[in-house]
Design a protein around this ligand. Structure first.
Ligand code: 5GP
Ligand code: MN
Length: 351
């Protein structure tokens, strides 16, 4: 008989056994790590997993390399997230002394920047990966790598259900997981939506979470300056290539200062060009002190993970990826245009 693929994650029984055994040990010092520029999925997954681990009696700390965007401030428990850049000594000590380290929503220690060294120096900690990015790089003692999952939050949901049961989904856990699923799927609009995901959302809804309030808390919580900056970027800096099938935008530090830029203000900008019919690939270049952050989005089979890896020292997912550039904005844009030509000539823009 043919079995229907509902998109339920197939969790590895051996890895599950190892994770169960690990969590059954006496109370342990556990550190949960989120990636640089932590997003709703990284933070939501970490907060939800932290609540579950604490219930088992473990002592849990969440560390992120740098600050989360201000529009995540409405999330329950967010104030307990330790920011490495703000508290380097405390973070590094926790990382060095942890019995267990969970790497949540990222696929390589390189994404931790300076915090990575403290992690590398703790050789005795059990290292567990819970992630949905392609091609994880390091060795992990226990590994849940599910690139087929829309979000890490859906993976954490699946782990909680499998190991502990549905009754362990508290309202707070559900709220955090919902934020992760909502933000990584563009409010349930990208191409990785499965029946199993919507069943998961139904489970979360049953806990009584207020879905419109969660949505408003994240997507309708920007500053007035951000609204103006968005208008400026779209009007002035959005450029089209290849018969309006490729778009790119840039933001320099001077432009950011003009609009009182706060980290998180450019979130979502890169998605906007995809509202243009037939758009295949969109790029955003954001200037930082020492490099330019590159964000990439695509539709269908256009693979920006590949593009980011090949041309911008980055990676991510097929339809959402990022990377870095260490030359000037002008040179970065020239490099992008040349890369697009090469990529297109090899068939990379065929959908
Ligand atoms: P965003 O454009 O939202 O910053 O990132 C989109 C996706 O690409 C995310 O899944 C993120 O984890 C991934 N990503 C962003 N920057 C990098 C990078 O420098 N290296 C890698 N490997 N992935 C990245
Ligand atoms: Mn994610």
């Amino acid at each position: 008989m043919e079995t229907k693929n509902t998109g339920a994650l197939q969790l590895d029984p051996e890895e599950l056994k190892r994770l169960r055994a690990l969590l059954e040990r006496e109370p342990q010092q556990i550190v949960l790590l989120a990636h640089t520029n932590p997003d709703g999925d990284a933070i939501g997954s970490a907060l939800a997993w932290a609540r579950q681990l604490e219930r088992l009696g473990h002592s849990v700390r969440i560390i992120a390399p740098n600050r989360f965007p201000y529009f995540l401030e409405s999330m329950p428990g967010i104030s307990e997230v330790i920011i490495h850049r703000q508290e380097p000594e405390r973070s590094e000590q926790l990382a060095r002394e942890a019995d267990v380290i969970f790497c949540i929503d990222f696929n390589g220690i390189a994404r931790l920047e300076a915090l990575g060294q403290a992690i590398e120096s703790n050789a005795s900690a059990v290292r567990v990966l819970i992630d949905h990015h392609l091609q994880p790089t390091e060795r992990y003692d226990i590994r849940f790598s599910h690139p087929e999952s829309c979000s890490t939050a859906f993976l954490v949901y699946s782990l909680i259900l499998e190991i502990f049961g549905r009754e362990h989904l508290t309202r707070e856990i559900a709220e955090c997981l919902y934020v992760g699923m909502m933000t990584d799927t563009g409010n349930f609009s990208y191409s990785v939506l499965t029946p199993a995901l919507f069943r998961a959302v139904a489970d979360l809804a049953e806990t009584g979470i207020d879905i419109p309030a969660i949505y408003n808390g994240i997507y309708n919580a920007y500053s007035p300056q951000r609204a103006r900056l968005f208008g400026y970027v779209i009007h002035r800096n959005m450029k089209f290539l290849k018969h309006n099938t490729v778009a790119y935008m840039s933001l320099t530090e001077e432009e950011m200062r003009r609009y009182y830029f706060q980290q998180g203000d450019s979130e979502g900008f890169v998605n906007y060009p995809l509202t243009v019919g037939k758009m295949k690939l969109s790029a955003m270049f954001l200037q930082h002190h020492t490099f330019i952050r590159v964000s990439l989005r695509s539709r269908g089979n256009v693979d920006v993970n590949l593009f980011a890896r090949r041309y911008f020292e980055g990676g991510g997912h097929k339809n959402a990826a990022g990377g870095k550039s260490y030359v000037s904005m002008e040179e970065t844009i020239e490099h992008f245009k040349r890369s697009i030509e090469e990529f297109a000539s090899e068939g990379g823009l065929k959908q």
